[in-house]
Design a protein around this ligand. Structure first.
Ligand code: FES
Length: 152
């Protein structure tokens, strides 16, 4: 029997009736039509599904809807203010940090979470924080340059 869960996503309150174990990723994509967050491995290993929950970078494929009940979720769709991109999004464009682009929403959300706690993160902190976000195109040099630009 489904339960009902309440969460705030990108500043908007939502109430979702679903199975308690259903991954947050599925709820975002299938119930709320927020398809910017991507499915990669489904096992918490690639970072494609990264969102921010109460300020913390979180892998939404291994986070159940029950775990985010009453919490605040941010996705890639909520970052820009109207037509003005978030500075991390702009840095990804400036540094050509996208090839196929599939991993980019997760990369950006992870970088945003890092720079909120470490606005001037060092190169070492960036490498360490971004380590678990994989890019199959291996565009790591540009990805790192983008996060460095945003931190600069
Ligand atoms: Fe969630 Fe890979 S899809 S970490």
């Amino acid at each position: 029997m489904p339960d009902r869960f309440s969460l705030e996503v990108n500043g908007q309150a939502h109430s979702v009736e679903t199975d308690a174990q259903r991954p947050l990723l599925d709820v975002l994509r299938e119930e709320l039509s927020l398809t910017g967050t991507k499915y990669g491995c489904g096992e918490g290993a690639c970072g494609a599904c990264t969102v921010i929950v109460d300020g913390e970078a979180t892998r939404s494929c291994i986070t159940s809807i029950a775990e985010v009940d009453g919490r605040r979720v941010e996705t890639i769709e909520g970052l820009a203010s109207g037509v003005e991109l978030h500075r991390v999004q702009q840095a990804f464009i400036d540094q050509s940090a996208m090839q196929c682009g599939y991993c980019v929403p997760g990369q950006i959300m992870n970088a945003v979470a890092l720079l909120r706690t470490e606005p001037q993160a060092t190169g070492e902190q960036i490498v360490e924080a971004m380590d678990g976000n994989l890019c199959r195109c291996c565009n790591y040099r540009n990805l790192r340059a983008a996060v460095e630009q945003a931190a600069g």
